[in-house]
Ligand binder design. Sequence first.
Ligand SMILES: C[S@@+](CC[C@H](N)C(=O)[O-])C[C@H]1O[C@@H](n2cnc3c(N)ncnc32)[C@H](O)[C@@H]1O
Length: 196
Amino acid sequence: QDANLQKPALAKDDGEKRILETIVEARKGQRYANVSEADGRLMRQLVEAVNAKRVVELGTSTGESGLYFSLALRKTGGKLYTHDIDPGRVEVAKANFKKAGVEDLIVITMGDAHETAPKNTEPIDVLFIDAEKPGYDAYLRELLPLVRPGGLILAHNMHTPAPNPKYVEAITTNPDLDTSFLLMDGAGLGVTLKKR
Ligand SMILES: C[S@@+](CC[C@H](N)C(=O)[O-])C[C@H]1O[C@@H](n2cnc3c(N)ncnc32)[C@H](O)[C@@H]1O
């Protein structure tokens, strides 16, 4: 985003204020390649625009992306189903979700997301891939059948660190999908539409 044009996110109501304040606080703690503010705001915009009821996230970490999603989900009436293998980070995420007052919007599952995420077979409105980078193409194979037509697959780190070429191939050569690469001056976000 153009630093000359962009301004800080503004809270529309008290709920948003509490979430945005929690994000600011969380950023002061230990960070693990969490989404940037630009990534997070774009993700919130997309989730709210598609009126997502079910967002599945691979890679909860300390919950910063989850907090951005919650800005949208409290308006769409949806939920985030987020998966992580690291119990320490999940504990921090839980505390952040509580502090933001959004714990009821988020279901955290601990374990290897390749096993845990495909267990629930309900349609996914938005899938966000942000766990281990070599696993991206496998995650797509495992979960693309569950993404609803008209749904989105978001993939973090399409620029830095360098993306898994098999994932990039899969999202750019399948006629059922249409992909844009956004915010590539930062970590980079792949935005893939599963066509209707
Ligand atoms: C880059 S961080 C996620 C950042 C988070 N989405 C955010 O923006 O706040 C990647 C996370 O993936 C988790 N992870 C790595 N391999 C995993 C696996 N096989 N299953 C589930 N989580 C995994 C790590 O524990 C780590 O917390």
